[in-house]
Design a protein around this ligand. Sequence first.
Ligand SMILES: NC(=O)c1ccc[n+]([C@@H]2O[C@H](COP(=O)([O-])OP(=O)(O)OC[C@H]3O[C@@H](n4cnc5c(N)ncnc54)[C@H](O)[C@@H]3O)[C@@H](O)[C@H]2O)c1
Length: 246
Amino acid sequence: MPDLTGQVCVITGAAGRIGRACVARFLEAGARVIAVDIVQADIEGVPAGDYVKMDQGNPSHLSILTQCLQASNTKHIDVLVNNGASGGNRAPFHEKTLAEYDEVMETNVKGPLFLSQLAIRMHLAQPEADRHELSIVNIASTAGHRATDQASIYSMSKHALIGMTKNVAVEYAALGVRCNSVSPGIMNVPNVQGFSSDQLKAMTSKVPMQRGGKPSEVANVVCFLASAEASYITGTDVLVTGGSTA
Ligand SMILES: NC(=O)c1ccc[n+]([C@@H]2O[C@H](COP(=O)([O-])OP(=O)(O)OC[C@H]3O[C@@H](n4cnc5c(N)ncnc54)[C@H](O)[C@@H]3O)[C@@H](O)[C@H]2O)c1
C-alpha cells in the first residue's frame, strides 16, 4: 500500500476525471494535495487554500502556485503529477490550425515543462543533507506511442511528454528525482476526445479486457509510481490499457 503521509503532492487537471481519482487516491495515502486546474472546483478533502486556479500553459501563472506554496511555508514538492491536458479538436492533419497547435502544446507540453522545472528547482534548493526525493509522474496516453486518427497534435504532444519524461529521469536520476509516465488507454468515461458513445463502444470492444479503464485504475498506478514503493523505477512509461497495447 503506497504511503504518502505528509507528502506535498501537486496534481494538475485535478478537477477532471482522472485528476479527481488521483486526488482521492493520494488523500487516501495520506498526502497533502495541492490541486491545480484552469477551472474553479470544489474537491473533497482539498482545503480552499490548497486549490490553485491557473492556466498551466501560461508561465506567468506559475506565480499563483508559488504563492500558494509560500503561504504555507512549503519549501519543496514531493510529488508532481502532470495530469491536466487539452485533447484538441478532431480533424485531419492537413486541417489542423496554429491555434490548436498552440493551445495543445502549451497545455500538454509547456505546462508540464514549467511545472517540472519549478519542482526540480525547489528540490535542488534544499540543503543536500536533508533533501527529500522528488517524484514526477506525467500522464501521457497510448496516443503518445502511436498515431491517433484525427488527433495528430494531441498525439504529438503526448509523444513529447514521454520524451520529456525520459530526459528528466536521466538528467536528475543521481540527484534524487524520479520521473515516469503513465499511459492510459480507452477510459470508461464520456466524451473522450470528442468520440461519440457508439465510437467508444466500438473501440472498447477491441480491448482484450472488453471494457474501458476506470480513472481509479489509473490513479492506483500513479500513486504507486509517486511513492517510495517505486524507488528504483525511473524513466519508464506504464501502459494502463486493458491489454490493448500488447
Ligand atoms: N480519458 C481518457 O480516455 C484518456 C486516455 C488517455 C490519456 N488521458 C490523459 O489523462 C489525463 C486526464 O484525462 P481526463 O480524461 O481526466 O481529462 P479531463 O478533461 O476530465 O480532465 C482534464 C483536466 O485538465 C484541466 N485543464 C485543461 N487545460 C488546462 C490548463 N491549461 N491549465 C490547467 N488545467 C487544465 C481541465 O480543466 C480538466 O479538469 C490527460 O492528460 C489525458 O490526456 C486520458
